[in-house]
Design a protein around this ligand. Structure first.
Ligand code: DX5
Ligand code: ZN
Length: 219
């Protein structure tokens, strides 16, 4: 199926009623729940850990797409898997042992993703592309919601789509940062399969409006 998947980021939800905000995007047709874990070291912001993921696990059956923005994620993979993650995605820039941490994620029984910052080339992750279920291309510098989309990053989406075809890899390509109804079209045209959107989704009272608009950004 060729439909683009939508992954609302709960970073832009109202934390005082997080469960409700997860249910709202579920009802509105979201595919994944994107969960941004920030440690105050890899990025200049702090969010949440495994305990929060466990707390919201019972409120939805949607895929939990966990984006780890932390140094040395290998220290916490099992905890995040046990908390109810379905996909755990680690930054290529965050560990000395990218290949090993991807093996570790798979051994913990969940899907493995790799993510690159705007300043990092696809070249850096080529050695692990055969192993991963998801490649996330950051379209802002990670740390905060509501930043401006960096168009240049889309060249990497195209490159990843070409590599996948050439080598018969199986990963989905996801984009994260500054995605709205306009930039979504460019992302899908470049080859993105999954769109993360935080501020664009949660600024609406009726979240089915932005989710439907993002879904219309067809291939
Ligand atoms: C940024 C996070 C994003 C963030 C996106 O570091 O990885 O997932 O929530 O927010 P928007 O969609 O507002 O750019
Ligand atoms: Zn994210």
């Amino acid at each position: 199926n060729n439909m683009v998947k939508i992954a609302p980021s709960i970073l832009s939800a109202d934390f005082s009623k997080l469960g409700e905000d997860v249910k709202r995007v579920d009802k509105a047709g979201a595919d994944y729940i994107h969960i941004d874990v920030m440690d105050g070291q890899f990025v200049p912001n702090i969010t949440f850990g495994p305990a929060l993921i466990s707390s919201i696990r019972p409120v939805t059956d949607l895929v939990f797409d966990v984006h780890l923005m932390m140094v040395e994620p290998e220290r916490f993979i099992e905890e995040f898997a046990e908390a109810g993650s379905d996909i755990i995605t680690v930054h290529a820039e965050s560990t000395k042992h990218l290949h090993r941490v991807i093996q570790q994620i798979k051994a913990s029984g969940v899907k493995a993703g790799v993510v690159i910052n705007p300043g990092t080339p696809v070249e850096m992750i080529k050695p692990v592309l055969s192993m991963v279920d998801l490649v996330l291309v950051m379209t802002v510098n990670p740390g905060f919601g509501g930043q401006k989309f960096i168009t240049e990053c889309l060249d990497k989406v195209t490159e990843l789509a070409e590599l996948r075809k050439e080598k018969q890899y199986i990963y989905e390509i996801e984009v994260d940062g500054g995605v709205d109804d306009e930039t979504a079209k460019e992302c899908v045209a470049a080859g993105a399969d999954v769109l993360v959107a935080g501020s664009y989704v949660y600024k609406y009272d009726d979240v089915s409006t932005p989710i439907n608009k993002l879904k219309e950004a067809k291939k």
